[in-house]
Design a binder for this molecule. Structure first.
Ligand code: AHN
Ligand code: ZN
Length: 345
């Protein structure tokens, strides 16, 4: 049976030239050694999954991080302080964005910059807000309550905070920008039978794409982490990422398998998912790929009802709590991303 993804953006313009931009690793070694002074190779640091887990737990402890709540404000402060503690130049970009119900969300994109003197940059990003609904929860009486978002939100941020901590200890040979996007998960709820609308997700990245923190901001490539902490998670070749730069996707998945994580990084085609990477790529004109957990098999919940989405069964339910976080998955993702950025020179 074909799973229908409700929020797939129609008519996405794919910029063909994006296919040929991307990571340094695609260039031949010969060229870089003959045209540049040899850059000292930096050994890849060891990603500490205990530390990433703690950063996830700290976020969840604030309560749901829904825009316009005090928990959201407090967590924003925490995230900016952590990036500062890890030596980043921090910008908190404040934006009023309009949600599906026309409410104004006081959004904050939290940006940490490393090595701003380097022209060559890699963008690492994740969303930090949590969903105000549990629209896929089995219990209808709980669908209007905000979720913990341990995996959907906090996991990507936790992995990136640990990467920030490592970058502060040993700088890679490339400039790194880390962005925690806000208001990703405020899309129209599925339990109220509202008419379909466009561009209701990813409000923070849409704002940043139109108003980047640096004029004409461009990175060589970007990596988005979304739902990267669940036990036994599988990460497939996501459709938009493949249309933006299949070479980059293959390159990252090859590194994952080279360092022992092919259990999580499946070299098979997944679904096509509207997420922050789509707006980054379209609005800033460099390829950003998505590492996002998907489930490709048909599944039924405990009641025997068909699960009508391709994410983990916890997705947008109250089961997305700390018991849904696995250090092995965090390690696989965090070590792979570190390996990618420390191979740059
Ligand atoms: C939609 O369902 C539009 N996109 C998946 C993006 C998402 C939601 N990631 C986490 N929550
Ligand atoms: Zn979500």
């Amino acid at each position: 049976m074909q799973i229908t993804l409700k929020h797939t953006t129609a008519g996405l313009a794919i910029v063909a030239s994006l296919l040929f931009f991307g990571c340094n690793a695609h260039k031949s070694d010969k060229k870089s050694t003959t045209t540049k002074a040899k850059v000292q190779q930096v050994a890849t640091p060891v990603f500490n999954a205990d530390s990433a887990y703690q950063y996830i737990n700290n976020q969840v402890d604030f309560g749901p991080r829904v825009p316009n709540t005090k928990e959201h404000t407090a967590c924003a402060q925490y995230l900016a302080n952590e990036l500062k503690r890890f030596g980043a130049d921090v910008i908190v970009q404040e934006a009023d964005v309009i949600a599906f119900d026309n409410s104004v969300l006081k959004a904050k994109n939290i940006i940490g910059q490393y090595n701003t003197n380097l022209k060559k940059r890699v963008l690492l990003c994740a969303h930090w807000d949590t969903r105000p609904f549990a629209d896929h929860d089995r219990d209808p009486s709980k669908r209007d309550l905000a979720i913990d978002g341990a995996n959907d939100g906090a996991s990507g941020v936790g992995v990136l905070l640990e990467i920030a901590r490592q970058i502060n200890i040993t700088q890679p040979n490339v400039g790194i920008d880390i962005i925690f996007f806000d208001a990703e998960d405020h899309g129209q709820p599925d339990h109220r039978n509202l008419p379909a609308i466009e561009n209701d997700w990813c409000l923070g990245s849409q704002y940043w794409g139109k108003n980047p923190h640096v004029e004409n901001y461009r990175a060589s490539y970007g990596i988005l982490l979304d739902m990267v902490g669940a036990p036994n998670a599988s990460f497939y070749f996501e459709g938009y990422s493949m249309s933006f730069n299949p070479g980059l996707v293959n390159y990252i998945w090859d590194i994952a398998s080279e360092i022992g994580y092919d259990y999580h990084f499946k070299k098979e085609r997944g679904h096509t998912i509207t997420d922050d990477h789509v707006y980054v790529t379209q609005l800033r004109n460099f390829p950003c790929i998505d590492i996002i957990q998907q489930v490709m098999e048909d599944r039924f919940d405990k009641n025997g009802d068909y699960i009508n989405h391709s994410f983990g069964s916890y997705w947008h339910t109250h089961n997305d709590n700390m018991s849904n976080i696995d250090k092995g998955t965090l390690k696989a993702v965090g070590q792979t991303v570190l390996e990618v950025i420390y191979r740059e020179n």
